[in-house]
Write a protein that binds this ligand. Sequence first.
Ligand code: DGL
Length: 290
Amino acid sequence: MSAIHPLYPLHDPMPKAGADAPIGIFDSGIGGLSIAQEIARYLPKERIVYYADTAHVPYGPREDQNIRELTAHAIEWLYRQGCKIAVVACNTASAFSLDYLREHYGENFPIIGLVPALKPAVLQSKSKKVAVLATPATFRGQLIKDVMTRFAEPAQVEVLTITCLDLVPFVEAGAQMSEACLVTLKEVLQPAVDQNVDYLVLGCTHYPFLKDAIQHIFGQKMTLIDSGTAVARQTARILIKNELLFEHDGQPEHVRIECYVSGQNADHLKPILSHLIAPDLTWSIKNIGI
Ligand code: DGL
């Protein structure tokens, strides 16, 4: 692995953030809002700062080292905003970056990552055939390989790995129910249905936003499973362990999810986010140049 040269080497560490600091969440684009919403629901008092690297989305087709550097850059931004913890709400970024980030920031800035939810799918599958839909980069990473060796192999569950680079751009464009997206999903997932797969793991944080489209095409033929709830629980556990959970009586007065985008496309994304984010969660969006 080549070294990463962070923009701000830790010569200048931030003061340790307190419980009233926000939770930082990062994804290459707006897909990680599927995770941000789970966290917002599970931890209703917390403030969330969400960073979408829309200048560089999608990460899926990128080289490993490039994904590592973009991720390091994004997490550093969240750290400099004074966040108390960072959630890498991106399977692709997590696949290459967690070791580096944990080593770099140490205990003062806990890092939570994601891996496709293959374990629960394996444990629940009756047909003993599950599929994981993720980016090619996610399958190159060690995290998913470890889960396959630890859980799928001993349970003798066959795992179909499915990649498609066209799906993330549909979500970024708010075009999940477009004819082109439905045709792509049908083409990509029909082989899994034909092979009697009963659990489909949505191994990219953009894909929970495709659930309606997938069910529109395939009905209940496959149970769809993602990492959202598990990550929200894990975030709560780590906050409690580090005495960083925000305890406050009454309703929060702040915006629940503050979104920042590197791609200067905040205005364009506003109507898209108003469909992706549940109406009871307040949010804002701003361009940032980094
Ligand atoms: N949302 C990201 C993930 O979970 C990937 C999207 C991308 O290709 O940028 O893998």
